[in-house]
Write a protein that binds this ligand. Sequence first.
Ligand SMILES: Nc1nc2c(c(=O)[nH]1)N[C@H]1C(S)=C(S)[C@@H](COP(=O)(O)O)O[C@H]1N2
Ligand SMILES: [Mo]
Length: 412
Amino acid sequence: MDQRDDLTDEATYDRVRLGRRTFLRLATLTTASIPLSAPLWTATADEAPGPIVKPLPEDKFIVHGTNAETRWEALAGVGDLVPADRFFVRNHTLTPSLSADTWRLRLSGSGLRGAPTAGNPVEFTYQDLLDLPAETVTARIECAGNGRGFFTSQQGQTVSGTPWRLGAVGVARWRGVPLSTVLERAGLRRAAVDVLPQGLDPDYVTGGVNLGPVRRPLPIRKALKDVLVAYEMNGEPLPPDHGFPVRLVVPDWIGIASIKWLGRIEVSDTPLVSPWNTQFYRFFGPDYPSDGELLGPQNTKSAFELPWNGTLAAGRTHHLHGRSWSGTGGIRKVDVSTDDGHSWHRAIPHGNGSGWQRWSLPWRPTAPGTYTLRARAVDRTGAAQPGIAPFNTQGYLFGAVVGHPVTVSAGR
Ligand SMILES: Nc1nc2c(c(=O)[nH]1)N[C@H]1C(S)=C(S)[C@@H](COP(=O)(O)O)O[C@H]1N2
Ligand SMILES: [Mo]
């Protein structure tokens, strides 16, 4: 899908869903309304760079407009950590070109001592961050819309947004400074309730409305618990597409919480809102209140490290590899079915479950034909994958068991 279609879909959809009253209320929260006459950038084949800087080879990525998802077969034989050359990218607009030398993190707001203003903020340079005590964590980042395409292809429902399969998720080793350290150094007051991290990428324009910079409130509880102000990914400086020079990493929360190209943090003693917690990342639909319901943590999902519609030879033993993960706890067990869900077999776990649980199951198909593979996981809290994902208009948190088609060809 190209970006123009994406914006058009969202625009149409936004008007339908929000209705006029909500639309006006939300519009007043934004800085300006500008008419949308053209896409945000005008890259053509031989012109300016595209929305994503790194190479997107066809064997590793499926491109969706400004976004690119990892092909699951590109994770075959890869350990828990997803290398940056195949880590998915979710860009509302485009990857900005930023310099670590001139970059500043600016903090302001009523939740800091002296209530520094946006015009006279507390500042950190890149070097300031490098000089603070560092921590390293393995964490998964997953888009709330991961699996969205299956609302349509598997459940026949119409939803708005990027029709990801299951590749909008990745695990990496992140190094940086705990957000709690940065907030304490900036003069955090006990009265602070919310922080609002904000990206330095271009403003997000959708449905003819400029929603301003990508930003989403984070309650102070989570901000102080396990959030990292990260400057390294898998032992290297953050790649441009993943937030260089500095991003947030918010473990187990939906991907939008992990703001890339972090430039500002507002710290407030009153609750904060942005379109990213009022208009997006809420469940809307017949089963939800009219002003929606905010998304919780990521749910349980599973995927096979196999090409979609791939081919396997009959009469041979194949080791079906895959991974399962959940935002509410480690994975307790995974069952796999190769016969359309009639029988299930316990998968063999691999690795130490860091970020996600790798697993495999041997399978020796005898007859050529088309097959549907299924994997279903249960996490330590008992959160299992249902047969059908609850419908919501923006297609968030598709956690149902996914049927993965493969063809078994006559062996030699
Ligand atoms: N500034 C900024 N931060 C952002 C985004 C963005 O477009 N701009 N996208 C968010 C979303 S929706 C997701 S899922 C993750 C994706 O992180 P990745 O591109 O490093 O995989 O980044 C989040 N942080
Ligand atoms: Mo996302």
